[in-house]
Design a protein around this ligand. Structure first.
Ligand SMILES: NC(=O)c1ccc[n+]([C@@H]2O[C@H](COP(=O)([O-])OP(=O)(O)OC[C@H]3O[C@@H](n4cnc5c(N)ncnc54)[C@H](O)[C@@H]3O)[C@@H](O)[C@H]2O)c1
Ligand SMILES: Nc1ncnc2c1ncn2[C@@H]1O[C@H](COP(=O)(O)OP(=O)(O)OP(=O)(O)O)[C@@H](O)[C@H]1O
Length: 520
C-alpha cells in the first residue's frame, strides 16, 4: 500500500531535519544553501570551476526534485489515511446497523406471523421485495435504516436515487457516452464537449430534506418554520435541521418534535447517506457552509436567496412552494461545482501520518501574509514544475465557482462555474508583470513557504479556518472528486449570467445614442 511505502522514505528524510537547510530538510549532509552559496561565489574563468559549478547546479536540481517528490508523497499518504478512516467509520456504522438489525430480527421472530407488514428490516422496495441488505461490503446507497424517533417508529427511509444526464441541443445523452475525442484513420476530432448542461432526474421520490439556515436572522427563522410545516404536511417529507435550529423550532412550538437533527460530528459524516436534498436559506456563505458539512459526496443543494448578493443562490424565497414542487418532481438542471482538496504539509511532522485533515473548498484557498507586514514569499509548483515565486500580499487558488468571489476582487477572470479549472490569482503582487493564470483541472498545485521566508504565511479556506504555514510548510491542492451539485433556476449559463448582471452590474453602461456622428 502506498502509505507504507511512503512511511519509510518519509521517516528517513524527516529524521535529519535542519532548519537552515535551503529548500528542504531532507539532505542535511549536502545542504542546498551551501550549494547556492557556492554557486553565487565568483568563478575565475577556470574550466574546472565552471564544470564544478555545473555539477552543483545538477545536484541542486536533484535536491529540489526530491523535495517535490516528498511533498506530493505526503499529500498522497494523507489522502490514503483519510480514505482509510472514512472506510473504517463506515464499517463500524454498518457493524452497528447489522447488530441492531439482528437484534430486531430476533425480537420480531415471535410476532412475525401476526404482523409481517410492520417488520422493520432493511428492504429493497424498488423490487417490491423484502430483502436483507446490511452487508459489510460497503454502503448501500438506496437503503438506510433510520434511527428510531417518536414519529418515524424505526421505519426505513430509502435514499432517493437519481440519474444524471448531459443535455445537448435539446437531446439528452447518457452520462457514460462521454467520447470527447475520437480517432479515425489517423484523424483526431472532438466528438462531444466535456461540459454540457447537466440534468438530474429522480428515479425514486426524495423523502428526506436537510434545511440549513443562516444564523441570527429572524426572517430566515420564520421562513424555515413555514417551509418545514409545508414540507411535512403537503409533501410528507422527513426533515433534518442543525441542532441550533431544532432548539429554535421547539421554542416556537412542540409541533416541531418530528424534526430530526444530530448529536455529534460522527453523525454529520453519515448525513450524505440519509439526505436526498439540501435546502439553504441565506446567502452564498450558507451555500459554502452547506458544502463544508459534506466531506465526501454532496446531495443536490437548492439555494434560496436571503442574503444581499447571492451568486450561488438563484431561488427566490417568496416562491418557495412552486420551486420545491418542481424540484421534488424533477428533472432539475444542475451546476456541478468543483471543489478543491487542500492538504497542509508540515515540515515539522515526524511522518506523513501527522499530516492534518485535508480541507475541501468550494470557493478558494487563500495563502496570505496575515497580520505580518512583510511581503509573502511563496514558491509555487504545478505537478512538480516550478511556476513562480509570489512576492506580494498572497495567492488565491480558486475554483471556477469562486472566480466571482475573492479572486475577482484580486483581478482574476470570471469563469463559468461549469468550466473545470483552477484559478491562480496573486493578491497585490509586487511586480508589473504578474497576470493571473488558469490551470487545467487535473493538475496538483503546491505552494511552499521557503525556509528563508521572513515570516510565516496563513492559509484560509473559503474565508474560514485560518492555519499558519511556517517556513518549510506547504499547501498541496488539487481538484476534489466530490463536486457540489446546485440546482439551477433556469440553467447553468442563464443563472451565471444573471448573477453577474444583477450581482455585479457587469459591463453596465448607458447605450450610446443613435443620434450623432457617422462613419462616412
Ligand atoms: N476582497 C474580497 O472580495 C474578499 C475578501 C475576503 C473574503 N471574500 C470572499 O468571501 C467568501 C466567504 O463568504 P462568506 O459569505 O462566508 O463571507 P462574508 O459574509 O464576508 O461575505 C463575503 C461576500 O462574498 C460573496 N461571495 C461568496 N462566495 C461568492 C461567490 N462564489 N461568487 C460571488 N460572490 C461570492 C458573498 O455573497 C458575500 O457578499 C470567501 O470564500 C471569499 O471568496 C472576498
Ligand atoms: N448554518 C450556518 N451555521 C453557521 N454559520 C453559518 C451558517 N450559514 C451561514 N453561516 C455563516 O454566516 C455568514 C453569513 O452567511 P451568508 O453569506 O449566507 O449571509 P449574508 O452575509 O447575509 O449574505 P450576503 O453575503 O449575500 O449578504 C457566513 O460567514 C457563513 O459562513
Amino acid at each position: 500500500m502506498a502509505p507504507n511505502k511512503l512511511n519509510s522514505s518519509g521517516n528517513t528524510s524527516m529524521s535529519c531535519s535542519q532548519a537552515e537547510n535551503g529548500f528542504v530538510n531532507s539532505f542535511s549532509l549536502f545542504p542546498e544553501k551551501a550549494v547556492q552559496e557556492l554557486l553565487q561565489s565568483p568563478i575565475q574563468g577556470d574550466d574546472h570551476l565552471i564544470e564544478f559549478s555545473e555539477a552543483l547546479r545538477t545536484v541542486a536540481k536533484a535536491l529540489r526534485q526530491v523535495a517535490e517528490g516528498k511533498a506530493s508523497a505526503q499529500a498522497e499518504a494523507a489522502e490514503w489515511k483519510r480514505k482509510y478512516e472514512l472506510e473504517r467509520e463506515r464499517n463500524l456504522q454498518f457493524e452497528h446497523t447489522e447488530k441492531s438489525c439482528q437484534e430486531h430480527q430476533a425480537g420480531l421472530e415471535d410476532v412475525r406471523s401476526n404482523n409481517l407488514a410492520k417488520q422493520p428490516t432493511l428492504c429493497n422496495e424498488a423490487n417490491g421485495q423484502s430483502e436483507r441488505c446490511c452487508s459489510r461490503n460497503g454502503i448501500c446507497s438506496h437503503e438506510v435504516l433510520r434511527d428510531g424517533t417518536p414519529d418515524s417508529d424505526s421505519k426505513m427511509v430509502k435514499k432517493a436515487s437519481f440519474k444524471l444526464s448531459w443535455c445537448c441541443k435539446g437531446e439528452q445523452s447518457d452520462q457514460f457516452k462521454h467520447d470527447i475525442v475520437s480517432f479515425e484513420r489517423g484523424n483526431i476530432t472532438t466528438a462531444e464537449r466535456s461540459s454540457k448542461q447537466i440534468s438530474l432526474k429522480w428515479e425514486s421520490c426524495p423523502q428526506t430534506v436537510l434545511i440549513l439556515t443562516k444564523p441570527n436572522s429572524i426572517s430566515v427563522q420564520i421562513l424555515c418554520a413555514e417551509m418545514i410545516r409545508w414540507l411535512r404536511q403537503q409533501k410528507k417529507l422527513h426533515v433534518y435541521v442543525e441542532p441550533r435550529v431544532k432548539v429554535e423550532l421547539l421554542t416556537e412550538s412542540s409541533y416541531f418534535n418530528f424534526v430530526e437533527t444530530w448529536n455529534d460530528d460522527m453523525e454529520i459524516l453519515m448525513l450524505h447517506a440519509k439526505v436526498d436534498l439540501v435546502i439553504t436559506l441565506g446567502g452564498d456563505g450558507t451555500v459554502l457552509w452547506a458544502a463544508s458539512m459534506f466531506k465526501g459526496p454532496v446531495p443536490p443543494i437548492v439555494p434560496f436567496s436571503l442574503g444581499s448578493l447571492g451568486f450561488m443562490t438563484p431561488f427566490y424565497s417568496e416562491h418557495y412552494k412552486e420551486c420545491l414542487e418542481s424540484i421534488l418532481k424533477g428533472p432539475i438542471s444542475i451546476t456541478l461545482r468543483h471543489r478543491l482538496l487542500c492538504h497542509v504539509i508540515r515540515d515539522a511532522a515526524k511522518n506523513e501520518y501527522e499530516t492534518e485533515e485535508p480541507m475541501l473548498v468550494l470557493n478558494e484557498v487563500t495563502i496570505d501574509r496575515g497580520i505580518s507586514s512583510f511581503l509573502t514569499n511563496l514558491e509555487c509548483y504545478c505537478d512538480n514544475s516550478f511556476v513562480t515565486c509570489v512576492q506580494g500580499d498572497g495567492l488565491i487558488l480558486s475554483t471556477t465557482s469562486g472566480s466571482t468571489a475573492y479572486s475577482l476582487a484580486a483581478g482574476g477572470s470570471m469563469v463559468h462555474p461549469q468550466v473545470p479549472g483552477i484559478l491562480f490569482t496573486p493578491i497585490c503582487p509586487h511586480s508589473l508583470s504578474f497576470r493571473p493564470l488558469i490551470f487545467p483541472e487535473h493538475v496538483t498545485l503546491r505552494v511552499q513557504v521557503p525556509f528563508n521566508s521572513r515570516s510565516p504565511a496563513w492559509a484560509s479556506f473559503d474565508g474560514k479556518d485560518r492555519k499558519q504555514l511556517a517556513p518549510g510548510d506547504a499547501l498541496v491542492c488539487s481538484m476534489a472528486p466530490w463536486p457540489v451539485p446546485t440546482a439551477c433556476l433556469v440553467d447553468s449559463t442563464n443563472d451565471f449570467l444573471r448573477s453577474i448582471h444583477e450581482g455585479l452590474h457587469w459591463n453596465l453602461r448607458k447605450t450610446q445614442s443613435f443620434d450623432g456622428p457617422r462613419e462616412a
